[in-house]
Ligand binder design. Structure first.
Ligand SMILES: Cc1cc2nc3c(=O)[nH]c(=O)nc-3n(C[C@H](O)[C@H](O)[C@H](O)COP(=O)(O)OP(=O)(O)OC[C@H]3O[C@@H](n4cnc5c(N)ncnc54)[C@H](O)[C@@H]3O)c2cc1C
Length: 209
């Protein structure tokens, strides 16, 4: 709470007159992004065992994708099982055909961004073909800051963030990528004092003096 209160944009969300915590702060340990392909070499791992939700594709909750994927795929699986009630192989193939591309792209997008975020926390930067960065870093560090500057960019970036498009679609959208690139000169740095420095943040997160 002390740390969140220190971010100018986040502070109102935890202000006493707005919000009342319903629990203590709860730790989330050892989060791992995981994608368990339904098919390995075009064959099932265990015939008749279908996985949905986090057991199929677990992504950092920061992205808020897990429940959407779980519910969506759960309904699809129900429909597919009704369609092929006594053919687990057909169920598996239909389910994999419908979900594998999206689930794997979600896993990859989140895993790549988490990898780059860890680099950033160490004071390093990713390297790649997207303004010198990886695509994941380009989305986070270049695309997101331009959302408030351009309606079309905002629409595409927000569609991706809310999984209305496949996570990779933005990388193929030359027009929007070009706009994001040319808007970089207009992105203003965070206003002085609006976010804590690393040292200040570590101090806030540490034990109270
Ligand atoms: C802090 C946080 C915020 C999130 N925010 C969002 C969001 O905004 N939008 C979104 O789409 N997703 C969000 N998610 C992700 C979402 O909650 C998960 O993707 C979703 O709950 C996965 O559903 P699931 O049924 O696969 O697993 P779970 O919801 O984890 O259910 C598994 C259940 O199995 C039980 N269980 C485990 N082992 C056993 C056992 N041996 N025997 C019996 N029962 C067992 C567990 O107790 C649990 O109840 C968030 C996740 C977290 C942690």
């Amino acid at each position: 709470m002390r740390a969140v209160q220190r971010f100018r944009v986040l502070a109102p969300f935890v202000a006493e007159e707005t919000a009342e915590p319903i629990t203590d702060v709860l730790p989330m340990g050892a989060l791992q992004n995981v994608f368990r392909a339904q098919l390995v070499d075009d064959r099932s791992r265990v015939l008749g065992l279908h996985s949905v939700g986090d057991s199929y594709c677990h992504t950092n909750p920061l992205f808020a994708w897990g429940l959407c994927l779980g519910i969506d795929y759960g309904f699809e699986l129900g429909r597919i099982v009704d369609e092929y009630p006594s053919d687990p192989e057909a169920q598996l193939l239909a389910f994999a055909r419908l979900t594998a591309v999206e689930a794997e792209q979600c896993y990859r997008a989140v895993a790549d961004e988490d990898r780059d975020r860890s680099l950033c926390w160490r004071g390093e930067q990713s390297e790649g073909a997207w303004l010198g960065r990886t695509f994941a870093d380009f989305v986070r560090q270049c695309a997101l800051p331009t959302v408030s500057l351009d309606r079309e960019v905002a629409r595409e970036v927000i569609r991706r963030a809310n999984l209305l498009d496949l996570p990779d679609s933005l990388s193929h959208n030359r027009k929007i990528v070009g706009r994001i690139t040319s808007l970089q000169a207009e992105v203003s740095p965070a206003a002085p004092g609006s976010v804590p420095s690393r040292d200040e943040l570590l101090q806030l997160l540490g034990p109270r003096a």
